[in-house]
Every structure is written in structure tokens, then in C-alpha cells.
Design a protein around this ligand. Structure first.
Ligand SMILES: Nc1ncnc2c1ncn2[C@@H]1O[C@H](COP(=O)(O)OP(=O)(O)OP(=O)(O)O)[C@@H](O)[C@H]1O
Ligand SMILES: [Mg+2]
Length: 311
């Protein structure tokens, strides 16, 4: 439904989006993820025809935004820093857009109710909190009952209850077969919401897959060190475990995948192999995200453990 092909945008010497390609399918929630400055908002702005690409193409239902006859009926979008007239009430804000979209006053009230702003409908937007403005922005995107939702950091400013509410709402929309693209700079914020992930860094695609495929990259492993490397290696081989050798300075280290420290310890003990270090390392999904986007050096490697032993 949403397709981005070789999209590039430069602002002077800044390459905000760099030859980016990905597709977003209907019926699921897709997380568009990347650190601050990665190019998420710029990409979404190009999708919505607010910025013209330097090269490449971004389409919704096969059409560039400008070519969609009744865009508000097709795409509901809320970009960061959505601007509201501070003197207008929440209800009046929706009423301004209602005629363009061709919906009734009644629909405006229903939407305010749906986003939890019924009680604040007659209050001026200038006095709304950040979370309330996010809810109002969401209501605005929903006016035309669009099959495609594009939301830039919608969870920003929402309290935990609000984040859960948003998650359920987005999942509900996806369940209706809509296309839902939602950006965030924190994977954990959308981890429970999204089915697919598109991850970018420095304007480039670094990963696109169902969330489960990304989760498969998160793993646990055990770092184990022994003064008798050959004997320990024989134990690991006998168990059929996958491992990497990480020996240094005459200290024999191994990094064993997908096992628990207790299993390695027990096997070594049974074989009478002396151990000098045995450490469980969990690689969380968030760590995978941080590594993919270059936001971390790396999680601890066996080298750290061997150093301790060698010291
Ligand atoms: N109008 C502009 N003029 C100059 N540079 C811009 C403009 N818009 C974006 N950029 C630059 O493009 C890069 C990508 O910015 P963008 O806002 O798309 O990132 P983002 O992924 O949305 O980040 P955040 O998580 O902070 O919202 C940044 O280096 C930014 O400074
Ligand atoms: Mg942004």
C-alpha cells in the first residue's frame, strides 16, 4: 500500500534520506524506526507531498500523494509538531477540517470521544497538554476514515495508559485491514504494537522484516573461560553447541550460543574441566536495534572476561 523506492533527499550538504526503499503492507502495524535525525520525518514528509524528493519516489496505493483525488479520504497523517490554532477549542479544530473531508459535526464529537477528549472538547487547544495535543492530532487524522494512517512519533507525550490505549487503537485499525505506519526513535515504545519493522539510520535502510525476524537476532549466549582450552572445547563439541573461540594471551575463552550458564557449568563440571569465568549474556531486542543503528559500541564480548582473568 505504501511504497518507497530509491528515495533520496538532500538539504545542502545533509543527506537526510539516502536511497531508501521499503514497502508497507496493509493489515498490520509497521514501525518506522531510527535514532534522532535518521530521516524518519523527512521520509514521511515526502510520502505526504510536503517535501519533494531529490530523487526516487514515494507512493500510497500506487500514487504519489499529490495525485490522490481525495487524499483526506485515503491517508490520515499526523507529523511531529502538529500545529493547532491555540485559541480554538478541540471541537472547533476538527470542525475546521470537517467540511474539507466532508464529514459531520457529529463525527467530530465521536472522534473526540474516541481519543478520550470528550471532556476537553470545549477547551482551548492552547491549554492542552502534549498528550492531549497528540490525541487531537490523531482525531484529526481519523476524520476521513482513511484506510492508510501515517503517524510520526504518536506515542510522544503519552502516559503509559495513553500508550496502551494507542497500541490497542492502532492494532484495531490494522485488524480492519488498514495500513498503519508509525514512527518512533525507541523500539521498546512500539515493540508491543508493531508487526513489521523498517529501521533506518543516517537516511539509509538498515533492516526491514517482521518483528519476529528481528527478535530472532536477539539471543543469549554464555562466555566461558578455562585454563585448559582443549578440554573445554571437547566438552562444547560433545554437547553439539555452537561457539566462537575468543582466546587471548594464553587464556582460553569461548562464546557459546543459545545456552544457559548452568548448562555449560554442569557439562564442564561433569567432565572435570576447570573454569575461570562463566557469564550469561542476554542480547535484548533493544540492543539489536541499537547495534543496527550504530547507537552502541557493542555488548560485552568475551574479551572483557578474558581480560579480567588475565589481570
Ligand atoms: N528542512 C530542513 N533543512 C535542513 N535540514 C533538514 C531539514 N529537515 C530535516 N533536516 C535534516 O535531515 C536529517 C533528518 O531529519 P529528520 O527530521 O527526518 O529525522 P528524524 O528521523 O525524524 O529524527 P527525530 O527522531 O529527531 O524526529 C537531520 O540531519 C535534519 O537536521
Ligand atoms: Mg522526526
Amino acid at each position: 500500500m505504501i511504497s518507497v523506492q530509491n528515495l533520496t533527499k538532500t538539504f545542502g550538504s545533509v543527506r537526510a534520506v539516502d536511497d531508501l526503499s521499503f514497502d508497507v503492507r496493509p493489515g498490520v502495524v509497521t514501525g518506522f524506526l531510527g535514532p534522532n535525525g535518521a530521516g524518519k520525518t523527512t521520509t514521511l514528509r515526502m510520502l505526504l507531498g510536503l517535501v519533494s524528493p531529490t530523487s526516487g519516489q514515494a507512493t500510497i496505493g500506487g500514487k504519489e500523494y499529490a495525485a490522490i483525488p481525495q487524499p483526506a479520504r485515503v491517508v490520515g497523517a499526523a507529523l511531529e509538531a502538529a500545529s493547532f490554532h491555540p485559541g480554538r477549542t478541540g471541537l472547533d479544530h476538527l470542525r475546521v477540517f470537517a467540511p474539507q473531508v466532508g464529514v459531520s459535526d457529529q463525527r467530530c464529537r465521536e472522534l473526540l470521544d474516541m481519543v478520550g477528549l470528550a471532556d476537553a472538547a470545549k477547551r482551548r487547544v492552547g491549554g492542552y497538554s502534549l498528550g492531549m495535543r497528540q490525541r487531537l492530532a490523531l482525531a484529526t487524522t481519523l476524520l476521513g476514515d482513511p484506510p492508510v494512517l501515517i503517524l510520526d512519533e504518536p506515542a510522544n507525550g503519552l502516559d503509559p495508559g495513553g500508550i496502551r490505549w494507542l497500541r490497542e487503537l492502532l492494532r484495531f485499525f490494522a485488524g480492519q485491514g488498514r495500513t498503519v505506519l508509525v514512527s518512533s526513535h525507541v523500539l521498546s515504545e512500539v515493540q508491543q504494537t508493531v508487526d513489521d519493522v523498517v529501521i533506518i539510520a543516517q537516511g539509509r535502510l538498515v533492516h526491514a522484516s517482521p518483528l519476529g525476524d528481528l527478535a530472532a537476532q536477539a539471543s543469549r549466549h554464555v562466555e566461558v573461560v578455562s585454563p585448559t582450552g582443549e578440554a573445554l572445547k571437547a566438552v562444547l563439541d560433545a554437547q553439539g553447541w555452537t561457539y566462537e573461540v575468543a582466546s587471548r594471551d594464553g587464556v582460553h575463552g569461548f562464546r557459546v550460543s543459545d545456552v544457559a550458564a548452568a548448562q555449560v557449568g554442569a557439562a564442564a563440571f561433569a567432565a572435570g574441566v576447570e573454569l575461570h569465568a562463566l557469564t550469561q549474556q542476554e542480547v535484548e531486542l533493544e540492543d539489536v536495534f541499537l547495534q543496527l543503528t550504530g547507537q552502541t559500541q557493542n555488548v560485552a564480548h568475551v574479551g572483557d572476561a578474558t581480560q579480567e582473568v588475565a589481570a
